[in-house]
Design a protein around this ligand. Structure first.
Ligand code: SAH
Length: 289
């Protein structure tokens, strides 16, 4: 079943540039087993990485069971990552409305709705992801509470002050942070919470390391330096309340992924970047002041 999105109220087209078109094409075509096979474990489809230690038993299982055990373990770590994001969203009531900015196939949105019972809107510039996630919402019986839209997170068209919380789970490397946070400042209620999980490069080690550049090229993205996040938040009325370095916690996930059947070839670049200290996996929670 495909749910058709009503026409967007935005004056501007959703995809504003050749760059955004190439991102949309990437995600429209994307069917990587690392995302699909893991999603099939329990119907929560994530497009982000995992955190926490894996059980070493999965690597010594008989060949017939090993692959599916590794996949289930990687999925567990990706869900654990989203759980940490949820823990930072603050108090959310069932009557609140929240925004998943760059919602992918919807995994984190469904977890948030399940935990808080709130209204969730997800936006993505990939129409096939939006259709996939809306179909999932209908199948899960939450189509009235969790809705996905083909919209640009830089200009969502949603009302000013209409959301209690916003999160970006590995999406900020596709956009200009000043533009993004100016839109979030407009959307968030006073005291509303913003939570970001992202990879960012370390300003201390100079510019982009070779490994970080390889990641950029692989995903057609533009990883920002760590300092840029805090500058852009401060300039847009977002005051950080928690900053957690998740780098050490994500390394085991990448080590397991490197040894899995669903490795995509980018694992080495992530491991090098994290281990050499040129790249961090960061969670930042901020309040709209
Ligand atoms: N947050 C999701 C998906 C991460 S993948 C998850 O954790 O599973 C990156 C997502 O960012 C994709 O869904 C892509 O369509 C979206 N994206 C990139 N640029 C965007 C933009 N300008 N507006 C809205 N979504 C965008």
């Amino acid at each position: 079943m495909t749910i058709t999105e009503p026409p967007t109220p935005q004056a501007e087209p959703v995809l504003r540039s050749a760059y955004q078109q190439s991102i949309a094409e990437y995600w429209n075509r994307e069917k990587d087993p690392v995302n699909i096979k893991l999603g099939e474990v329990d119907g929560l489809y994530h497009h982000h990485y995992g955190i926490g230690d894996y059980s070493p038993d999965v690597l010594t299982m008989p060949a017939a069971e090993r692959d599916s055990a590794i996949i289930a373990e990687m999925h567990r770590l990706e869900t654990a990552q989203a759980d940490v994001l949820l823990e930072h969203l603050g108090a959310i009531d069932a009557a609140d409305r929240v925004l998943d900015a760059g919602s992918g196939r919807g995994g984190t949105s469904f977890m948030v709705n399940q935990r808080f019972g709130c209204q969730v809107d997800g936006v993505s510039i990939s129409e096939s992801q939006v259709n996939f996630a809306n179909t999932q919402a209908a199948q899960r019986g939450v189509g009235k509470q969790v809705r996905f839209h083909f919209r640009n997170m830089l200009d969502t068209g949603f009302d000013a002050g209409s959301v209690r919380a916003i999160w970006t789970n590995e999406t900020t490397m596709y956009v200009d942070l000043q533009q993004l946070y100016s839109e979030f400042a407009r959307l968030l209620q006073h005291g509303g919470r913003y939570v970001c999980i992202t990879g960012c490069y370390n300003d201390l080690t100079g510019g982009r390391s070779r490994a970080v550049s390889q990641i950029d090229q692989h995903y057609i993205c533009n990883i920002h330096p760590r300092s840029e996040y805090f500058k852009a938040m401060a300039a847009n009325g977002l005051a950080p309340i928690a900053v957690t370095d998740l780098t050490a916690a994500t390394i085991p996930y990448w080590e397991l992924r490197e040894r899995s059947s669903v490795a995509t070839g980018i694992e080495k670049a992530f491991l090098t970047a994290y281990r050499e200290g040129s790249f961090h996996y960061l969670l930042i929670a901020a309040d709209r002041i």
